[in-house]
Design a protein around this ligand. Sequence first.
Ligand SMILES: [Zn+2]
Length: 313
Amino acid sequence: MLIFELTADMDSLGLARRLTECGAASYVVSGDRPRVVCECGTALRSRVAQLVAGMITREWLQARVVERVCRMEPLWSAEEVQFHALVEICESRLKSRPVAGHTLDEWQASLARALMSHFGRSVCIALDPFVRFRLHRAVVELAQRVRDRLVASALEDEYEESLSMLRYMLDEQPLYEAELHVYITPDGVWITDAEGGMVSDEQIELVALQDDDVTSEDLAMTILITRSPWRIVVHDGYPDAPWPSFSETVTRVFGDRAIPCPGCPTCRPNRSRTGSRERFAFDHRSSRAVRRRLTPEAERTSDAPVDSELGEG
Ligand SMILES: [Zn+2]
């Protein structure tokens, strides 16, 4: 006979049923900490250990991960944490993604071995204290991943909201019969008309220069929305831009009106300008970068002494 003491959030009836199904007749003794009493001979012990370890690396693990994330981020909804924990644990198992150095199947096997050796010493096992230390690293790593998932999901929601706002602003603008070209490079974004003439808006730029957080992408988007062209050709010279890329944002805001450049001499050289990307990475979001990126003068040569050209201010 073996006796397993469970925590209140574990499915004692489910465990008893599964154990009985595999031949180890079991029943539940209810209480604050329910106990599952399992009648089994030595021949069945290995199977019992497998089943119990399986429940631990599913139900128990998920409950502890949720508990930990909720403690770290008390403002997040428990349902959302629960959902992401379930997805993370299922994916880790299905894709055999290592958790703290081992797959969940490996954690389960090692737990089953530990249970087997414990059976030799005592018939009664309080499962929570037995596994809490053994699975601590797995709980910590999974909780971190669930937290990352929640942060990413919140950012995606925020992005979708900003897209809706931009689409709303665009809907308010009358459509103009113009074709504009957007050039996206690691160094910044600029806009030209169909003939290649630089498109800018002094008023918008003046307002933007007073705000350090405004990027050349924000400015370009504002110009695109106020000009509301019927067609935008997107020259994406920065296809590996971090999410959300400007090319994605333009395409999603303008829909069918935005088309990718089918290939032109301007896009191609930008793809190999890794040197200049590194050079400008440090001030990617600074107002200085905005000034540089939005001025036709500065675009002519990337070595232009920008501040002296434009004057300090
Ligand atoms: Zn192009």
